[in-house]
Design a protein. Structure first.
Length: 321
């Protein structure tokens, strides 16, 4: 690995004028990316396709090694972990695309860690090719809600369909997201509810929309080719605008607490960004997963410093990715 620096390089202070949705801050959803044992620290986890099955290999920071068959291999199931039952532990879950004529019923298959129950939630949407999983906590109850986002086109707007955990009530929200640009989901304003963000390829403007209030704000950050990430580096419960520049392995983010831009080189071309709170201090840590014959997690912990953890092979998929 090329020599990296753990020092923050502060290059500018931006005065960004945005309207944020007010509300009481609830537990930070960025801390529960892959915490399967509930100790407040993200675990190292990958999935592997073996003989038509999806196998999860997890090294839990407190409880050690765990392996589980959950889901189908190939291209039908996608990783969709999250705390669906609200017990503070990440649940094993997959999103299964439906294969039929419109409308298409996609499914979330969840193994709840609290009760051990197996739950299936079906969400019906039109236009199979434009749909993707969008699970997150949209109502602030501490449980991830199964959800599907469908991109729009030149004739229709995008649409989010959410099935709220516990109540099974269904909500719909339309967005002017007409093209297949990447989306990220997280609590950007600290109200405890997830927002949907997407980048605009040409200028990398970011649109952030709250599905509950329909409030929208726009930011300009980054450039074409950057990978938009969800992270809370200052631990204030609000998502920081974050990009990973694949070409040179550089992270850029704007801290929501003071609007200061930070730049840190951590990674190289070909790495996969997997930011999460690996040391349990409530702040997202810079992290990448480097695929290879022996794949490796490289973490720059905000409290623990550099951590190198070999885990997985080149054909695996990191759970956080």
């Amino acid at each position: 690995m090329r020599k990296m620096t753990s020092a923050f390089l502060i290059i500018a202070v931006l005065s960004i004028s945005t309207v944020l949705v007010s509300g009481q801050v609830t537990p930070n959803m960025f801390r529960k990316v892959s915490d399967f044992d509930g100790d407040g620290k993200a675990d190292f986890a990958v999935t592997r396709n073996e003989n038509g099955n999806k196998i999860w290999y997890v090294w839990q920071s407190r409880d050690g090694f765990r392996v589980l068959h959950w889901g189908l291999g190939g291209t039908s199931d996608f990783n969709a972990p999250g705390d669906y039952d609200g017990d503070g532990k990440t649940d094993f879950a997959v999103f299964r695309y439906g294969y039929s004529n419109n409308p298409v019923a996609h499914q979330f298959h969840v193994l709840e860690s609290g009760s051990g129950a197996y739950t299936t939630t079906a969400i019906t949407v039109f236009d199979f090719l434009a749909a993707l999983p969008a699970h997150q906590d949209y109502n602030g109850d501490g449980r991830v809600d199964p959800a599907v986002f469908r991109y729009g086109n030149q004739f229709t707007t995008g649409r989010l369909t959410v099935v709220y955990s516990g109540t099974s009530s269904v909500a719909f929200e339309s967005f002017f997201f007409p093209l297949h640009f990447p989306i990220r989901i997280g609590d950007m304003d600290g109200d405890g509810n997830a927002e949907i963000s997407r980048s605009h390829r040409e200028t990398f403007f970011t649109t952030i929309t709250n599905p509950v209030t329909s409030a929208t704000r726009y930011e300009s950050f980054g450039r074409f080719g950057d990978e938009y990430q969800m992270a809370d580096f200052d631990g204030d419960g609000k998502g920081d605008l974050t990009i990973f520049r694949q070409s040179d392995g550089t992270w850029w983010w704007i801290r929501s607490s003071d609007n200061v831009v930070n730049i840190v080189k951590w990674g190289m071309n070909g790495d996969r960004p997997v930011p999460a709170d690996y040391d349990g201090d409530g702040k997202t840590d810079l992290a990448i997963w480097r695929p290879g014959a022996q794949s490796v997690f490289w973490v720059l912990g905000s409290q623990t410093g550099v951590q190198v953890f070999p885990w997985g092979i080149s054909s695996d998929q990191p759970v956080q990715f």
